[in-house]
Ligand binder design. Sequence first.
Ligand SMILES: *Cc1c(COP(=O)(O)O)cnc(C)c1O
Length: 384
Amino acid sequence: MIINNSLDEVKKRENALSIIKNKVESEGRSSLFDLTGLSGGFIASSSELSLLETYVGPAMFEEELQSVGREHMGGEKVIPLNRTSSGILAAVLTLVSKDSNVVHYLAKLPAHPSIPRSCKLVGANYFETDVFEEFSIPENTSLVVITGSTMDHKVIDEDEFKKVIEMAHEKGIPVMVDDASGARLRTVVFNQAKACDLGADIAITSTDKLMPGPRGGLMAGREDLIDNIKVKVNQFGLEAQPPAVLAMLNGIKNFKPDNLLNSFERKDELFNLLNARFNNFEKTPTGVMISPENLAKEISVENNLSDDDLAFVFSFILLNDYGIITIPPVSMPGASATIRFDLSTTDAFKLDLNDLNKKIESSFEKLQDVATNEEKCREIVFNS
Ligand SMILES: *Cc1c(COP(=O)(O)O)cnc(C)c1O
């Protein structure tokens, strides 16, 4: 095994960032193709930048974020957060008491780790399922969670979404929606309603997922809950700082639903090209992906690597040899090791799909060559 724990994940991320830096310095930014779907961005004019002071910044940009954010997310009030995970933590700290139950329904496991981790921190009992028939709300439940679109972009069925909200509200329990990518994916590509419009009490989205914004979280919902959550957010320093707030505001304003819809069409072309060589790629709404388990099925050489290790080595080869950035090398501890090629971001529009297909194939051949040599794999992932 190469990646065994969170520290290993921090180390592989450090290596990935240093590979990225070296490429930018030696060959320029254009040598990189960020296909994570979290390409981030910082859109700001120089007059806006000059207002980024500790108190003037929030006065100017948080005010406007209220209206722009509510339009994007629905709800009565929004709060900008350092990350989606920070918002989830703050909501759990506010709404969930020790020994109470938190139940979570999502289209496909696993949930984002911030949800179980936050529950553990407050001493709550956490249950999750992706089987709708098995979802129920026990006595002494303090919070019901729904994920709108999972880390691997599996989108919830809207009828199930509504039913879970109904079940929770019959018992007077608040509903939090983790709509990190879903706030855009569900609404634009699947024509679903905003989580708050479906009755969610709070919903949170990630402002760098499928939109040109910074890493950050934007939570929207019922004003009374948002106000209480905001207290915790400020007490623990979980709020977004003025530069991120400005970039969120401009990211939302510059969000182009057409990019998502275009990638929805292009993904079929890439999928068909890949299928000439592979059997286990899957389509996502805006690209293609291969899970660690499916990647392992493609490998025809004996090796001692775990499925996740194979995914990390493969994604590091793509990065090192072709400048293709996917999530596994750069992700935070606990994130999914699925390799997703998202076609909705600016870099993806610069790529010829035949060319991308060839790069994926030749990276895979290299993976097969090195998979038998654990030392070599370790070197690729950690540069040591
Ligand atoms: C990305 C993601 C998160 C966490 O976002 P961060 O900005 O990394 O905190 C939470 N839930 C889901 C479903 C996600 O995809």
